[in-house]
Design a protein around this ligand. Structure first.
Ligand code: NAD
Length: 520
């Protein structure tokens, strides 16, 4: 097994899938110490199928419950989450390496908020609506929303609790059964989620956690589930889209980012420095919406960069303990390799390291120094590819127009941020940036706000999570239409005649030439 442990941990992206497919268990590692935390089974395609059969059988009774009844299970899970928060934070510190403060602020708190929000709002958001048609005044329509059935959720390791839980909560509140495939790098947190809902009394089969690697995920996508919700890399997202297209299965993809931070000449100075620091380095830079490219206008660049470098040097890296550290390790060997390669490539092409730039050899785990780079350009991998590590490349631009142009020169479009004291100007700049969300004077945090939509454009994804828009991804729409005053025939039915032709011409005139449409 130690051999297998080594295999899992030292794989390179290119050979990852074939090697992983040969192991039957996942060994969960502590990235700070490289010690084994536990082992979980890899679900086979046959076991995925069995889970689906069980979910299908259980789902109709779940869908028949009222929103209030379904909400009671979620609220019980919330009570348990609050009671067991320390246990969860401790597990996440061990399995992801993230500081406990971050587990509380970006995993526990957002999930408790999501639970509250969707328990309170789902009935209203999914009530559907009824209306009279504008031209056909004798007709009415009603939109109904129904659960999809059994949905699959495949999640990454960087926020192993809050990312899948948002979708689990929305999926359950909408009346679906859920099959959850957590990341192979955080399987114990995945199983903890299943246990939380079991303890909350959720009926058997309604939420099943399928531990496993890419083979388990691929089997889930290739099963007869009703929709797949995937968060992860573009490389895997593309494979999922191909399978889903073959099966005519709907999907949501939440993929990578290369988020730009635009620092205007009138940026609120201290806040902007602190924002860049947190946006670039929180979760060790392993957020899809981390600041990965920073554009600062030249009039304040020198002062800004100096202040940022000084604060970066003060960040405490290490294992979380009684004395809280600011930055933990990268989560796995593959991530360490990507970060190391990108920084080396940038330096070889002329980038200058102002601080950091190396693995921390004095620590056993995957620790990398928080790094600030300048003199970077678009020929470098660090400016083109997602880094997902504690690396902040800074570009000095002439003005905001150049910053916007550069920010848009990317295949990604998840989040961006604009920093200015003039909110209206910030909004004007935001309107020109190609990204799903643009935040003025803040970074990253809206994933933690239940009511705001989270989605990417370009290669950052398709579909939405969170907010009422995300909830609507978990239902099937049905439109029912009827007559208020049934007549013997419709104007557009048979028989056609010269009179019908005149009638239609008159109708077109009334509606679109004489301007009477506004009275209808
Ligand atoms: P990944 O694509 O390697 O893995 C994600 C999940 O997909 C894992 O559970 C994995 O087991 C599974 N998987 C792997 N191969 C599969 C296959 N062929 N079929 C089905 N499932 C398969 O990504 P990762 O390294 O875990 O996560 C990091 C990536 O996730 C980054 O690119 C990051 O930006 C992105 N991410 C995006 C968001 C967002 O909201 N847009 C949030 C967090 C992370």
């Amino acid at each position: 097994m130690q051999q297998e442990l080594k295999t899992l941990d030292c794989i390179t992206p290119a050979d990852a899938l074939p090697l992983r497919a040969t192991v039957k268990e996942i060994v969960s590692l502590n990235p700070s110490t490289l010690e084994e935390l536990g082992r979980v089974p890899i679900f086979t395609a046959e076991q995925v199928q069995q889970a689906l059969t069980k979910a299908r059988a259980a789902q109709p009774a779940w869908a028949a419950l009222s929103f209030r009844q379904r909400g009671e299970f979620i609220l019980r899970a919330k009570t348990l989450l609050l009671e067991r928060q320390d246990e969860l934070c401790d597990l996440m510190a061990k399995e992801t390496g993230k500081p406990v403060v971050e587990s509380l602020s970006s995993e526990v708190l957002p999930v408790a908020n999501l639970m509250d929000y969707f328990v309170r709002k789902s009935a209203k958001l999914l009530r559907g609506d009824q209306f009279t048609l504008s031209v056909f005044r004798n007709k009415k329509s009603r939109i109904h929303y129904f659960p999809l059935g059994v949905v699959g959720i495949i999640s990454p390791w960087n926020y192993p609790f809050s990312i899948p839980m948002g979708e689990v909560i929305m999926g359950l509140m909408a009346g679906n059964a859920v099959l959850l495939k957590p990341s192979e790098y955080t399987p114990l947190v995945g199983l903890w989620m299943g246990e939380l809902f079991r303890a909350a009394g959720l009926p058997d089969g309604i939420l099943q956690v399928l531990s496993g690697d890419g083979t388990t995920g691929a089997a889930l996508v290739d099963s007869a589930i009703d929709k797949i919700f995937f968060t992860g890399s573009g490389r895997t997202g593309r494979k999922i889209a191909e399978t889903a297209a073959r099966r005519f299965m709907p999907f949501v993809l939440e993929l990578g980012g290369k988020d730009a931070m635009i620092v205007c000449a009138d940026a609120p100075f201290e806040r902007t420095v602190n924002g860049a620091l947190w946006g670039g380095f929180s979760n060790c830079g392993q957020a899809c919406a981390s600041v990965e490219r920073l554009y600062v206008v030249e009039s304040i660049a020198e002062r800004f960069i100096n202040a940022l470098v000084e604060k970066t040097k003060l960040l405490r890296v290490g294992i979380d303990g009684e004395q809280q550290k600011d930055i933990g390790p990268l989560n796995n060997a593959r991530q360490l390799e990507i970060v190391t390669d990108q920084v080396n490539d940038a330096v070889a092409r002329g980038a200058k390291v102002l601080t950091g730039g190396r693995r921390m050899a004095n620590l056993r785990g995957y620790f990398y120094e928080p790094t600030v780079l300048v003199d970077v350009n678009n020929s470098m991998r660090v400016m083109q590819e997602e880094t997902f590590g504690p690396v902040l490349p800074i570009v000095v631009v002439k003005d905001e127009a150049e910053a916007i142009r550069e920010a848009n020169r990317s295949n990604y479009g998840l989040l961006a941020s604009v920093w200015t004291k003039d909110t209206n100007r910030g909004k004007q700049i935001a309107a020109q940036i190609e990204a799903g969300t643009i935040i003025i004077n803040d970074v990253l945090y809206t994933h933690g706000a239940a009511e705001t939509p989270w989605f990417g454009v370009k290669e950052s994804g398709m579909g939405v999570t969170h907010s009422k828009h995300g909830l609507l991804e978990f239902v099937r729409m049905k439109h029912i239409n009827w007559d208020v005053m049934p007549m013997k025939t419709n104007l557009w039915w048979y028989p056609y005649s010269a009179k019908r032709r005149r009638d239609f011409k008159l109708l077109l005139k009334i509606l679109h030439k004489w301007g009477l449409k506004k009275w209808i």
